[in-house]
Design a protein around this ligand. Sequence first.
Ligand code: G16
Length: 541
Amino acid sequence: MSVTPIKTTPIANQKPGTSGLRKKTRVFQEPHFLENFIQSIWTGIGGAQGKTFVLGGDGRFFNTDAIQIVLRMASANGAARVIVGQNGLLSTPAASHLIRKRKADGGIILSASHNPGGPDGDFGVKYNIANGGPAPESVTSAIHTATEEISAYRTMDTPDVDLSLTGIAQLGRMEVEVVDPVADYAALMEEIFDFDAIADLFKSGFRMRFDAMHAITGPYAKLILENRLGADKGSVVNAIPLPDFGQGHPDPNPIWAKDLVDTMMHVDGPDFGAASDGDGDRNMIMGRGIYVTPSDSLAAMAANATFVPAYKGGLSGVARSMPTSLALDRVADKLGIECHETPTGWKFFGNLLDAGRATLCGEESAGTGSDHVREKDGLWAVLFWLNVLAVRKCSVADLMGEHWQTYGRNYYSRHDYEGIDGGIANDLMQGLRAKLSTLPDTIVAGLRVQAADEFAYDDPIDGSRTEAQGIRIHFHGGARVVFRLSGTGTVGATLRVYLETYATDDLGQDAQEALAPVIQAADKLAMIVERTGRKRPTVIT
Ligand code: G16
């Protein structure tokens, strides 16, 4: 079993984005593409020699082959042990938990998250560090530098490791420990939440529907919601992970989880609805007749956190990504706790969580999490809501109605323009940047600009500065528009326009109607229709 160094040359565009490296699956399957990137991870972290890693993926097409490639390369690079999920499966939050629990040096997660899978879909690789969280910028830039300098990678010529049974196997000198992907995660959830209260809720006739979207959370949700907590059999739908996610788009939002929305909007719909994404870190929350935006969900969770056993002592602080609505800030204000504003990307929460400066954090892109792991966590958010509803004995609609009465309502929506030309997208952002200083006090579509800037983040823990994280324009009265380019797309550029307005009365409007003036102002400011030729967004969430 000899280690073979294979000669290679750098491959362009292996720069990790918002969350690891994401490309078309066919690109990952090209000769040396995956291998170059994996070797560059080892180089970027100072080598794999003697280290322990966690490894798993969301089960999408190419997962099985890629897992074996990573295992061989880990062994050939001297890793001591790799803990891998049975059949190569691990949800992102479960991987984060395993890294922490087993004190591993890091982990590799194979996933392109909510992006579609299959031979014509997307694939991705993320590296997480020893705290269980996504590698920070310092590590991802070291990995990127290594991709530009690589001249060889190390692998070995061995048969595949059988990952179908739990237990320990040997690959060269490295141990491969195959673990149940669900067990440790389920045990952690039981420590955090009041399972008895949730079980009583189901016993009382409470009905829910969880759409696993043919992605990784199916087995987790079946075990926890149906088997442990007693939700009706069949409450978890699309529960079997498929390599192409049943040809769906495993992104839990009202567009891609339309079936769930239709079910929940029916007068006889279940009491509670939820969905998760490809790798299990995102969530969507609904009640009968109501969709809760991710920003509102985060704010409501913060306001009700003390109903959950793990958070009954209160929150040390909260954090949200900059484009996430300001609803969280209002709750933090009332609770008298810190509220941090970070760039988009879960990696920016890691330092705050490690330092105990934030307990809960979240993003408008359907991600919510806490200090229990260092990733956002879809099923955890669902259990959080169930725990709160079980204790408060109210409906989702009542809880949100009361929340808006107390704090006012931040109407919110995101308009995405996908697959636009990269040059046009950059010009649009540059055009905005160029006029920022002239905007304050001007009136745009009837709204008066209060402040306009480009967001930069100074990490209060390690002092690092991250610039060019989105252009934000605040209007008098609490409205806001944010423009940024996505860092997770794989085709062209995606312009994201985040729209928000604040109201203390008339709390039951349709969000798009409430936001109409802000939508108009956004187009006037960025000249979206004129520059892109797009009359409407590709996706509205
Ligand atoms: C990833 C990141 C999130 C980010 C989201 C959208 O989520 O982990 O922090 O909010 O992408 O990023 P962008 O706007 O750059 O496309 P996931 O669930 O895809 O890993």
